[in-house]
Design a protein. Structure first.
Lengths: 245, 245
DNA sequence: CGTTCCCTTGAGTAGTTTCAATACTTGTGG
DNA sequence: CCACAAGTATTGAAACTACTCAAGGGAACG
């Protein structure tokens, strides 16, 4: 069983507790695979409104636009259902944008409806996935309340490091992203100029070197310590691990 | 049908789309009612770990504590399920604390399990409720990224005004809360001293007067404009309203 | 009627913003 | 293969926002 499309869904989290049967069922939810280039608005574009989408490859940003400025309120990595909540909410309060090129798996809402009615085990996993998003949101709130700009950027990469590791993508010394410094600024709620200075400070401190979105470090622990990062909110195999019930 | 305990659950949002049967079933989920005083840690205290809780009366804060400092990452008003996600996550990444005295309705997880298996309509409403929390989290992230301290405080009260109105509690001229300025500071990610100056600025600008947590204003629209508040993220009866499906 | 918590104010410091100018990178067409 | 354009990154200076430390004032509760 390889599950080429959904292999990373909840990997490192609840996935290990799902039955083979459920995993196969989840793989079969994907009706089609779509590819998109950089900076594509995934909601208005070719993406159907009656589907929800699993991110298979690449990064997706959740943004809120206000005429003047863009705010990034979340990042998604492969294995994340990026708009599962649209199935329940019908509309989104924000925009989904690709960062770099992406591959998405489309799941028709009628199939999700069937899951809700007939497969409570899978429904619960879906619910769990959206709750993970909420837990990440809470940490972002706290990071914005607690940290200065350099630490916010470090926290961002620390979280990505952890999330990528959980889905089995090891990040030895370089974490590659397509993010510009303006993207980092919009994620951290600071100006682009200040994001640049924050990046420079991380370099000076020896915490990590960010070049065109790629972070290079040889001491992830030091980076995480600097960012006051504690990954338990990601509900991976650790302190807050989901117990067998 | 009055539903004395759960009358405010999803009121102004999905509630109107639920059947009488479902509403009765939801009311019957509540096994017992608990009362707690001010500043009680609801997770460690008398509150059972095998229950989730509906807030019936009062305010509850979601906080993350870090030895040195406390960060508030969310507020709950009556009608909110404050720890519904514990049913799915089993553990929480944060703490729930009463702000002022509260009444909670306890729902045993076994009843929720039955709902998940047998009542997809109610399960979906529960899911919807946790997604609303996530939408509010996203707006908080954006508010922290976008707004200065006085506007953050104004946004906070604007949101509370809207949420209380949705559950049928009109807020004509005074919005009463038990929040201290230190609470406001911890919600907005600023120091207590600065929260005080922000409150003073709102007063000087004629936006609103906050005295011991109670906000007095005679122009809610002006306050919301000042805070750049747009309530569509709350998924009430408006632009982003849930369509009949 | 005093203690305690909460609010207020002042002064100096640190973090962040804006505006503005300059360099580096990448991709494209000649 | 070079030249240019567009996007991205860097740096400086002045203004603003927010922080800390510190002290004093006010309101609620016993």
């Amino acid at each position: 069983m390889t599950y080429p499309l959904t292999r990373e869904f909840l990997a490192g989290r609840l996935r290990e507790h799902l039955s083979q049967n459920a995993l196969t069922h989840i793989e079969d939810l994907i009706e089609s695979v779509e590819e998109h280039g950089d900076n594509v608005q995934l909601v208005e574009s070719g993406v159907s409104l009656d589907d929800s989408h699993l991110l298979i490859e690449g990064f997706v940003l959740r943004t809120i636009e206000t005429g003047e400025r863009r705010f990034i309120v979340g990042i998604h990595v492969p294995g994340d259902f990026i708009d599962l909540h649209r199935f329940a909410l019908k509309r989104l309060d924000h925009t989904l944008v690709s960062a770099g090129s992406v591959r998405l798996g489309a799941v028709p809402h009628e199939r999700l409806q069937t899951v809700m009615n007939e497969r409570p085990d899978i429904a619960r996993a879906m619910w769990f996935a959206t709750l993970l998003d909420a837990a990440i949101h809470r940490r972002w709130i706290q990071a914005l309340e607690q940290l200065d700009a350099p630490r916010r950027i470090a926290h961002l990469y620390a979280e990505l490091h952890e999330r990528l590791t959980m889905i089995g993508r090891q990040v030895p010394r370089a974490l590659r992203t397509p993010f510009t410094q303006l993207d980092l600024a919009d994620m951290c709620g600071v100006s682009a100029v200040h994001a640049n200075r924050a990046v420079a400070k991380l370099r000076e401190l020896g915490i990590g070197e960010i070049r065109r979105g790629d972070l290079y470090t040889d001491d992830w622990d030091a980076l995480k310590r600097y960012a006051r990062f504690d990954g338990s909110y990601l509900y991976g195999h650790g302190a807050l691990k989901l117990q067998d019930d």
